[in-house]
Design a protein around this ligand. Structure first.
Ligand code: GDP
Ligand code: IMO
Ligand code: MG
Length: 436
């Protein structure tokens, strides 16, 4: 029987999704990226070798599987071709095992220019986007004026659609943002060349996924960004421009929600965030610096420093509810080694009243005060531990407390960046389980 597992970030991104998708791919036949674009940076470390993926699904290192980029993803042909070439240099043949949706919107250089011009204009109020054109590309999709990957297959259609879109973008760039415009002819010529590389990979991904399903294959639906960056349910406007939550696996692939069997939420046992926006448990002290240093909290894609803080159960419970998370994978346990105490935010306070949900209003969210529960830390190293009975008692108690508060089990614990540095209590693709 086919099993369809969604793997997504339960916080503000960089939870370790890439590592876990790569790890669980050994029991899958297909991995599909369902939203986002090359704003993502997913890090895989296998036998000391680091691979950072932005668009290509994190199953690509396993030679037995097919990888898909679905209609929910926005694709920069430049970024995709660069990533394919990088992987090829490392001996990974992507072209035979990657298929791309004909319906995926295209990110053009003008989208990138608009993204950057807007951020510049916003100045101190900026969102802190990755500057990759994600927002403007999704805007054009919703406005029904964008180009899709399928347009690359018809040279004349490509020309007329690109001409009207670049005219519109260049008008905005020149007259509203006083920014550099982009040359249409050069862009058209480049896209025509890129189309020769990409065309053989373009297909109907929805049809492919249903074929897998009907053949009994296991499928991983890989999310990007994190739940609190969701356009509808995140900390708007400090969010990305797509739905990052579990429903997007369905709409982003054309696989109905009742075909999805399991939603695995990846959560760091502390919190990080890149860019602007509310972050109630953010630490501005020595501990915050320690977490950032030990956790190497620098963007795998943009290199920006990530803001760090304690685990926030209010945000996590919001995430569990809106994603229907079946189980959690707790990552970076080793980063908390050696702390005297560890803290979990159980609720917020605002105007002397208790708050146990994530306020939809961002201004209000910026004003809440976190209330913490303090637990004893552990001095023993958990780095690289692969069995629960080898974890320190206080680390286990910390995980148990998270489970209790979350109301869903912690089925996987990550103890290092390497693929094998993981405790698997219950693999979503198997029916047997261990407990701790
Ligand atoms: P993603 O975007 O969710 O895939 O996460 P990133 O790859 O951007 O960031 C996670 C970072 O933590 C990467 O550098 C990983 O190599 C690293 N990482 C993942 N799991 C662990 C872990 O359990 N312990 C440690 N120390 N690092 C980890
Ligand atoms: P992964 O998949 C962390 C953040 C940006 C910014 C906001 C909007 O590696 O977890 P965008 O360029 O999407 O318009 O920026 O979203 N952001 C991420 N933060 N990890 C990511 O991806 C992110 N992708 C976007 O920093 O705050
Ligand atoms: Mg990342």
């Amino acid at each position: 029987m086919s099993k369809n597992v969604v793997i997504l970030g339960a916080q503000w991104g960089d939870e370790g999704k890439g590592k876990i998708v790569d790890l669980l791919t050994d029991k899958a036949n297909a991995v599909v990226r369902f939203q986002g674009g090359h704003n993502a940076g997913h890090t895989l470390i296998t036998d000391g070798k680091k691979t950072i993926l932005r668009l290509i699904p994190s199953g690509i290192l396993h030679k037995h599987i097919m990888c898909y980029i679905s209609n929910g993803v926005v694709i920069s042909p430049d970024a995709l071709i660069e990533e394919i070439a990088e992987l090829k240099m490392h001996g990974i043949n992507v072209q035979d095992r990657l298929r791309i949706s004909l319906a995926a919107p295209i990110i053009l250089p003008t989208h990138i220019a608009l993204d950057q011009a807007r951020e510049q204009l916003l100045n101190k109020a900026k969102i802190g986007t990755t500057g990759r054109g994600i927002g403007p590309a999704y805007e054009d999709k919703v406005a029904r004026r964008g180009l899709r990957m399928g347009d690359l297959l018809d040279s004349n259609r490509l020309k007329s659609a690109l001409q009207s879109l670049t005219e519109y973008h260049n008008f905005l760039l020149k007259n509203y943002y006083q920014a550099e415009t982009v040359n249409f002819e050069q862009l058209l010529e480049k896209l025509r060349q890129q189309s020769e590389i990409l065309s053989p990979m373009l297909t109907d991904i929805t049809e492919q996924l249903h074929k897998h399903r009907l053949e009994g294959d296991n499928i991983i639906y890989e999310g990007a960004q994190g739940t609190l960056l969701d356009i509808d349910h995140g900390t708007y406007p400090f969010v990305t421009s797509s739905n990052t939550t579990a429903g997007a696996a369905s709409s982003g692939c054309g696989v109905g929600p009742l075909y999805l069997d399991h939603v695995l939420g990846i959560v760091k046992d502390y919190t990080s965030r890149v860019g602007s926006g509310p972050f109630p448990t953010e630490l501005f002290d020595e501990t915050g610096i320690k977490l950032a240093k030990k956790g190497h909290e620098f963007g795998s894609n943009t290199g920006r420093a990530r803001r760090c803080g304690w685990l926030d159960m209010v945000a996590l419970k919001h995430s569990i509810a809106i994603n229907s998370i079946s189980a959690l994978c707790l990552t970076k346990l080793d980063v908390l080694d050696g702390l005297d105490t560890v803290k979990i935010c159980t609720h917020y306070q605002y105007n002397n009243a208790e708050f146990t949900s994530v306020p939809a209003d961002c201004k209000l969210y910026e004003s809440v005060t976190p209330v913490f529960e303090t637990l004893p830390g552990w001095s023993q190293s958990t780095c690289g531990v692969t069995a629960a009975d080898q974890l320190p008692r206080n680390a286990l108690a910390y995980i148990k407390r998270i489970e209790e508060l979350a109301g869903v089990p912690v089925n996987i614990i990550s103890t290092g960046a390497e693929r094998k540095e993981t405790v698997i209590l219950q693999n979503p693709f198997s029916s047997t389980a261990d407990s701790f």
